[in-house]
Write a new protein. Structure first.
Length: 759
């Protein structure tokens, strides 16, 4: 049962046309709005006897308004036309008594009350002509059964605000060929990577796919931090659909993927492909995906054909663009003076503009309306010509300094921040910055800034704060690059290690000049926060693989060493060599560091760029710690034994025969319990990699592992044979894009001028 409230007037007329063409078994003509003289649809037979159909989309209005409109406005038009039959279609629910009242007004042109179609009659026709329902996607998107599923979904039921946002996306969304292509990829490959330029609609498409699969009985799971979250809840026996939005980040790749996450993502894709029950959607900006393939070797050499699982969302038809703009204008209920200003100019310049994308349209119809309606069209064109400036006026003129401070601070923080932690960081930053510029500040500044920015620049979801839109983040980044004193202040006020990492990563192609210019402030910030764990910005997600969340002191040290290869700051070098490494044994007391961290540190000692940090004393300390950890069975994965290979090859004097015998016993006990579980966690490549490591270690420790190798070979062959084969590249072209000319576009937008204030 539908109430039709999610349909625009234009959508409602198209639905009426499709239903009545089926019910009357004839072709109906449609007419331009504003010139219809009381005709929305018409059927003329060979005797020129006209049947006229009028659509009244009054779902959000009252019966009295509908009755008044027909009596005082429409009846005179009907009388002048003198049709042989008049059919009224309204989205209002009508009682028998109300239909009788309307019939009395429309008599003799309505032949009977059956010529008056209300909400109930329309629903009856939809049940009779199911194919019409399928062609009008907004109907099933807003069906009672689907909305109930959304309400009860753990992903969508967190707050009423979330539901409101979901329904708003339904209203605005325009279904296009990309949706059907994505469905085909998910059907055949079970995994779909949606890539494209910022603002093209990747996340919106992904959300609509989630909703579609939710309607098919799938459990929806969104990944917010790293792929370990998916491993934690994955079940091969369940129907699940996972979304990893912006999985490579929004602006750059440096330190984005957690440790080994590129391999873990590929492993998870193999799980999804293997079980065939679940689906996996990932989104990323296209240029970042291309960069990732060269940066992360595993993505490039993987036997997974990423090309055939990737959908590039790069364009929309003129029809799509026009409907997206129409939906935003219609559902935002802009004053008619703004609509008239738009339609009195060449609207095709907006639709055909080279910088057109849905995000810009959303911003320009929601957040950046000019105070004077006569400037609306010019504002549109100017911002399309200069999309990077889209937030500039509002940022500089519409919000307070306290709010600007909050937006600038968010650049130094992860994508989503706990509101209590954000307040602590903001209060310190705001106080220091206000003092620097001799401005007043208050403990209430944070609350005021949240209230002012919520819904426009930021989004508050329960206890978390994030930028409402990636384009806001893009603008603030460019603002900081152009005003690098802001970068220096962020460095000077940073009070946690992750802030420093975010500052290192955010500035993209301008990073190196910005870092070099502010190298002293950045170096001081990173050294000041290196061993600080008071503020934890990234939650620790448990799973079968350890996450890289900078809770490890050694991982922080490794990160700083790598950063300093770019920065080349003497103060950082001096600290590492004279303070940290000289007191390495005392630093073992810090929590978080694992055997793998020390192995990675030791591997750096073999690279020429890092040799200067290590002397024999430091290497001996690292080796001694790792060997003792393995001897005490503190082992998480087979890679932990890599330390023995490194030491045997490069530092043989640090390991004697008795230690090797002891470690061989540890290895024997470990691998016998471990190798059987490998096939449960990976595809062919993962099993083959494990077998290679096992063979190398078996030789190193003189342990016979033939039985395990034979088992792994057999299991790898089974997995390979179970693959469903390559994705068929030919897409089913389900979506029939009608010829949509400029006259039809103007006809659609004229609907906006015919909406009464009470509708």
């Amino acid at each position: 049962m539908y109430d039709f409230k999610m349909l625009s007037d234009y959508d409602f007329e198209l639905l009426t046309q499709d239903l009545l063409q089926k019910a009357l078994n004839c072709r109906l003509e449609s007419f331009k709005k504003g010139k219809d003289k009381g005709i929305d649809l018409r059927y003329s037979n060979y005797r020129r006897k006209d049947t006229i159909i009028q659509c009244k989309h009054y779902a959000n209005s009252t019966f009295s308004s509908l009755k008044s409109n027909l009596k005082n406005k429409e009846y005179s038009k009907i009388k002048a036309l003198n049709p042989s039959r008049y059919i009224l279609v309204t989205s209002q629910g009508l009682t028998p008594y109300q239909k009788d009242e309307l019939f009395q007004i429309l008599d003799p042109y309505c032949l009977s009350t059956s010529d008056i179609f209300g909400m109930n009659e329309l629903n009856s026709l939809l049940r009779q002509f199911v194919e019409v329902e399928k062609n009008h996607y907004k109907l099933w998107l807003t069906s009672t059964s689907l909305l109930e599923k959304i309400t009860h979904s753990s992903v969508y039921n967190r707050s009423e605000i979330n539901m409101d946002r979901t329904l708003t996306r339904f209203k605005i969304y325009v279904q296009n060929k990309a949706y059907y292509k994505a469905l085909d990829i998910l059907k055949d490959s079970h995994c779909c990577i949606i890539s494209g330029i910022p603002g093209i609609g990747k996340t919106t498409l992904a959300e609509m796919l989630l909703i579609s699969y939710l309607d098919m009985g799938y459990e929806v799971i969104k990944i917010s931090q790293n792929i370990n979250e998916a491993f934690k809840v994955y079940s091969s026996k369940s129907k699940q659909i996972f979304l990893y939005d912006d999985f490579l980040g929004q602006t750059g790749l440096d330190l984005k993927l957690y440790k080994n996450e590129d391999n873990d993502i590929l492993t998870f894709i193999r799980y999804i492909e293997k079980d065939g029950n679940s689906k996996f959607i990932l989104t990323t900006r296209e240029y970042i995906l291309n960069q990732a393939k060269s940066t992360y070797e595993s993505l490039e050499r993987s036997n997974i054909d990423l090309k055939k699982t990737t959908l590039v969302l790069d364009d929309y038809t003129k029809h799509d663009k026009a409907k997206i703009l129409f939906n935003h204008l219609y559902y935002n209920r802009l004053p008619k003076s703004y609509i008239k200003n738009l339609l009195n100019n060449d609207i095709s310049k907006i639709i055909n503009h080279k910088n057109y994308n849905p995000r810009i349209i959303e911003i320009l119809t929601e957040n950046l309306l000019p105070p004077e309606s006569y400037k609306f069209y010019d504002t549109f064109i100017n911002n399309l010509n200069n999309p990077s400036k889209i937030w500039e006026f509002a940022f500089k003129n519409h919000i307070s300094q306290e709010s600007r401070n909050l937006l600038i601070l968010l650049i130094s923080l992860p994508f989503r921040v706990d509101i209590k932690i954000l307040k602590k960081i903001y209060d310190f930053y705001n106080k220091e910055k206000s003092t620097l510029y001799n401005r007043e500040f208050s403990d209430r500044d944070f609350k005021y800034a949240l209230k002012e920015l919520d819904g426009s620049f930021i989004y508050i979801d329960k206890e978390n704060v994030s930028f409402k839109d990636p384009s806001v983040k893009d603008y603030i980044e460019q603002y900081i690059i152009q005003n690098d004193i802001e970068f220096e202040i962020l460095c000077d006020t940073a009070i946690c290690f992750e802030q420093c990492l975010t500052l290192y990563n955010f500035s993209g192609k301008n990073k190196y000049s910005l870092l070099k210019k502010n190298s002293e402030s950045f170096a001081d910030a990173i050294l000041m926060n290196l061993l600080s764990f008071d503020i934890k910005l990234v939650k620790d997600y448990l799973g079968p693989y350890p996450s890289f969340n900078y809770e490890s002191v050694i991982q922080r040290i490794i990160t700083v060493m790598k950063i300093n290869m770019t920065l080349k700051h003497k103060g950082i070098d001096d600290y590492l060599m004279n303070d940290f490494f000289e007191n390495l044994s005392t630093n073992f007391i810090f929590y978080g560091s694992k055997t793998r961290d020390y192995i990675e540190l030791l591997k750096l000692s073999l690279e020429k760029d890092y040799k200067e940090y290590f002397d024999q004393y430091i290497i001996k300390e690292i080796v001694g710690f790792c060997i003792s950890e393995i001897s005490d069975y503190y082992i998480e994965e087979i890679e932990d034994f890599e330390i023995v290979e490194i030491v045997s090859s490069y530092y043989p004097e640090l390991i004697d025969e008795s230690i090797m015998e002891e470690l061989a016993d540890v290895f024997s006990n470990f691998y016998e319990d471990d190798y059987n579980s490998v096939v449960d966690w990976g595809g062919v490549e993962y099993v083959e990699d494990y077998a290679r490591k096992l063979e190398e270690l078996g030789g190193l420790f003189s342990v016979n592992i033939d039985e395990a190798l034979k088992y792994l070979e057999q299991e790898a062959e089974k997995i390979e044979n179970s693959d469903e084969g390559q994705l068929i590249e030919k897409y089913r072209d389900k979506f029939r894009d009608e010829v949509f000319n400029d006259e039809m576009i103007l006809d659609m937008f004229d609907v906006l001028l015919n909406i009464s204030d009470v509708d």
